[in-house]
Structures are given as C-alpha cells and as structure tokens.
Design a protein around this ligand. Structure first.
Ligand SMILES: [Zn+2]
Ligand SMILES: [Zn+2]
Length: 271
C-alpha cells in the first residue's frame, strides 16, 4: 500500500495543508478479475482537500471515499466532488463514486448543499453505511470501521488491510490504521493492533487541553495507544494550526519507542 498525505491539518485547513484527507493506493485487479490495476481510495475528504488531491490523481481515478465521521473537516469536500461529477461539461464517465460512512452521510451532505434530501447526491455517490466492526471488501482493500470516542453520533477508526507479495514470493497482509478523531479507547487499540502504520490524530497538547475529555488525543496519549496496540510505526496527524509539531512528537516519544513522525501534506509513505 502507498499512503499520500493530502490534508493533515486538524479541525480546519491551515496555510500549508487542507483538513483531513489521505490517499491510499494498492495493486488489485480490474472488473474482469485478471487485468492488474491500481485502486485508489480516500480516507476522509475534509475541507480544502479536493484541490490538493488533483495534484496527485485525476478525480475520475478515484475508486471510493471512506469517511471516519461527519465533522466538516472530514467530509465537506464531497460537496465539491458532487459538482465535479454532476456538472463537468465534458461529462463524468467513471460512474457513481462509492462513499462509505455513517448512516446520516447522504442526508448531511444534501443539507450542507441546500438540496432536497431525496435524491440529494445519490445520483453522484453510491452511499454505503458502515456497520460497526464489520469488514468491507473493496477492490484489494479490506476495511474495518471500529467505533471510537468522539462527540458525534458515529465516529470510527478505519483499519485498512491489503495483501502484497513480498520479495520471497510470500503473500503478506499490510495494515494501515487511521484513528479518525478520538480520545483514548479500547476500540482504537483494537483497530491499530499490530498495524504496519498507525496514522493517529494528536489534536491536543498535554497541559493546555487537560480539561477536555472524550474529544481528541494528545501526542502522549497517541503514543500510548500505539504502544498498547503494538503498532510498528506512528504518524501523528490532525494537528491544528496552533499546535507545535515538535511538541506533539516529543510527547509521543515519551510513550512510544518505534519510528515516529508528524504527517505533512504532500509526503508519501510505503505501508
Ligand atoms: Zn477533525
Ligand atoms: Zn471530529
């Protein structure tokens, strides 16, 4: 799998990054079941991300969108993608784009756009509803939404698995876990169990945000979750503009011994 950071800014876009959006690609096969092709999915499509995304892929090359939850910094640029699908004068040949998310996704987007909820954006998006803990197969990916602790009706961490053939010819499963937005919880540890890459939010700082429970992680708490899960690599993300990335990384270093970095828009990682 390959992970490209489109947007990593927490809660709203910053001067150097859109809000949450992560492009994940893996090799799979086409609809004929034989021809190899690259599949591309997004984990979230927050505000500002649709523009930067087009530096990396054409919008028609997108196979699906996987939403962690329905806060605007994680889903609102679906409104722009709807326009690209519906109103491109040259047409849109890729068909409806699958969008996995909470039960309220279709209605929320229609409301955001001031549309009648029926049909809303259903002619552009094939809305599919997450079932907590239930793994979805999508191209080469297996994606499991695991409920986490965040103040909204449904919030999920997304565990993304894909099989690859390693140098010895053996099939190995690679695991990328994305925290979505969450405070510490068992579900997050479960979702990140033995992950090759744990893309984990760290929106808060120790000391500054101690009075707010059940919303976000600090770097230190993210590190603790990574350690408890046995994650092999930790990438901190969702830092708002008022956070200091070095401080977040230093906090995580107190509780996690493995390879550690802060996500930067435009960087790619092999998973
Ligand atoms: Zn957020
Ligand atoms: Zn949120």
């Amino acid at each position: 799998m390959k992970l490209t950071i489109i947007g990593a800014s927490g809660s709203f876009p910053g001067p150097g990054s859109p809000a949450s959006c992560y492009l994940v690609s893996a090799q799979g096969v086409a609809a004929d079941g034989v021809t190899p092709r690259t599949w591309r999915i997004l984990l979230d499509l927050g505000n500002g991300s649709l523009g930067v995304l087009q530096r990396y892929i054409g919008l028609e090359d997108l196979d699906g969108v996987m939403l962690s939850h329905l806060h605007p910094d994680h889903c609102m640029d679906l409104c722009g993608l709807h326009v690209a699908i519906r109103w491109n004068p040259e047409g849109w040949t890729a068909g409806r784009v699958p969008v996995y998310g909470p039960a309220a996704t279709a209605d929320r987007l229609a409301e955001a756009y001031g549309m009648d909820p029926d049909p809303g954006m259903r002619e552009d998006f094939d809305f599919r509803v997450w079932q907590a803990g239930s793994t979805v197969s999508f191209g080469p990916f297996r994606i499991t939404p695991v409920p986490v602790r965040h103040p909204i009706d449904e919030a999920y961490a997304l565990r993304v698995e894909a099989d690859e053939v390693d140098a010895t010819g053996a099939v190995v499963t690679r695991v990328l876990t994305y925290s979505g937005d969450t405070d510490t919880c068992e579900g997050l540890v479960e979702a990140a169990r033995d992950a090759d890459m744990f893309l984990c939010e760290a929106a808060f700082h120790e000391g500054r945000d101690d009075g707010i429970d059940g919303v976000h992680l600090t770097g230190r708490r993210a590190g603790r979750m990574a350690t408890e899960a046995g994650a092999r690599r930790l990438l901190l993300t969702h830092l708002p503009v008022w956070n200091d990335p070095q401080r977040a990384a230093a906090e995580a270093r107190e509780t996690y011994e493995g390879p550690l970095a802060v996500a930067v828009s435009g960087l790619s990682y092999g998973v």
